[in-house]
Design a protein around this ligand. Structure first.
Ligand SMILES: Nc1ncnc2c1ncn2[C@@H]1O[C@H](COP(=O)(O)OP(=O)(O)OP(=O)(O)O)[C@@H](O)[C@H]1O
Length: 270
């Protein structure tokens, strides 16, 4: 195995840790659906400028954990999340947390593109308007910046008043990312964002993630091991509700310590 110098590491987008600055951190998080204890004592930190991939077999708790990071599990009846979730050093897992404000800072992109039944323009401006942003020039600029950030501007700039549903699946997903970017989130959570997309659209979303990670933390749940190794700096492997191994992506994929991770990576189970 060839070793990688620290300057080489800094120059590489993925595979290696590049930042010590923690944006979001969980401490002994447990999640229950009724009596079912789905996630056990999970402690993980997410770093600025980095993409962290959550991997593991179906049903191991990846999405459950992801949804706990912006308190989305509160929308699920009977679901309980115990433990601390610290965003910028402040525990957000409290009854008084303002979910509306929180989700401005910790945005989420879902598996299926879910644009609103509105024009492309209104998809971007809907949430900012609700948060009090006013003025056509300001909103126009926000739309352009967000669509450029999501690498969609050139494709839609002449049809901003058209329905979002006139776009392809890959374009709809980039629109949903643009919508998230319009709120300038500190953290973006991606729940299998490419599973409904073709390979070209998948690579476009991966490029986009690399382009927008600067200044924020990204967390992605993916079943696609190549995607995890291509885009992420760090990877956490989940198995049956436990976070079993966590490290730099290069180590996780090249030198796994846990036998279950090794078996998973070599396709012994999926
Ligand atoms: N809304 C829910 N109500 C009840 N149980 C749930 C719910 N969502 C998930 N679970 C259970 O929690 C466990 C973890 O599921 P979760 O969806 O987080 O796993 P996952 O690793 O994301 O799976 P997949 O890769 O298939 O999406 C599973 O046993 C699942 O059945």
């Amino acid at each position: 195995m060839t070793s990688v110098s620290s300057s080489e590491k800094r120059n590489r987008v993925s595979g290696f840790a590049i930042s010590d600055e923690v944006v979001l951190e969980t401490k002994d998080v447990n999640v229950y659906y009724g009596n079912h204890h789905a996630l056990h004592d999970t402690s993980l930190a997410f770093h600025k400028d980095e993409i962290t991939a959550l991997i593991g077999p179906s049903g191991c708790g990846k999405s459950t954990f992801l949804r706990s990071l912006n308190l989305m599990n509160r929308e699920i009846r009977g679901c309980r999340v115990d433990g601390e979730i610290e965003y910028r050093g402040h525990n957000i897992n409290t009854p008084s947390e303002n979910l509306y404000e929180l989700r401005k800072s910790i945005g989420m992109v879902f598996q299926q593109p879910n644009p609103f039944h509105m024009s492309i323009y209104d998809n971007i401006t809907f949430a900012p308007r609700r948060h009090g942003v006013r003025g056509k020039d300001v909103l126009d600029q926000m739309v352009e910046e967000s669509l450029r950030g999501a690498a969609l501007w050139d494709e839609v700039k002449d049809k901003l008043d058209k329905s979002a549903f006139a776009l392809s699946g890959g374009q709809q997903q980039r629109l949903c990312i643009a919508r998230t970017l319009a709120m300038h989130p500190d953290v973006i959570l991606f729940d299998e964002p490419c599973s409904a997309l073709d390979p070209i659209s998948t690579l476009a979303i991966e490029d986009l993630m690399r382009n927008v990670v600067k200044g924020r933390a990204i967390v992605i749940v993916t079943h696609n091991m190549e995607q995890a190794s291509r885009v992420s700096n760090r990877t956490a492997f989940f198995y049956m509700g436990d976070m079993v191994e966590y490290g730099e992506t290069e180590q996780i994929f090249q030198r796994p310590n846990d036998a279950r991770l090794n078996d998973y990576l070599t396709g012994m189970f999926s």
